[in-house]
Design a protein. Structure first.
Length: 53
């Protein structure tokens, strides 16, 4: 059974945050800085997107 996944701008913000978190962790080997960096990217992108009702 397939789970439908919509490709919305919010999905892009989540994907960018995930990639940022993984890249920072690979580069710095510091989980705290990786999570903070990924969260910052997600908040910045998600807050700039239009809100749909």
């Amino acid at each position: 059974m397939a789970i439908p996944v919509g490709l919305t701008p919010q999905t892009g913000a989540i994907a960018a945050a995930l990639v940022t978190t993984a890249a920072l962790h690979t580069w710095l080997r510091n989980a705290v800085l990786s999570v903070i960096g990924g969260t910052a990217v997600h908040v910045a992108l998600a807050s700039s997107l239009p809100h749909f009702s």
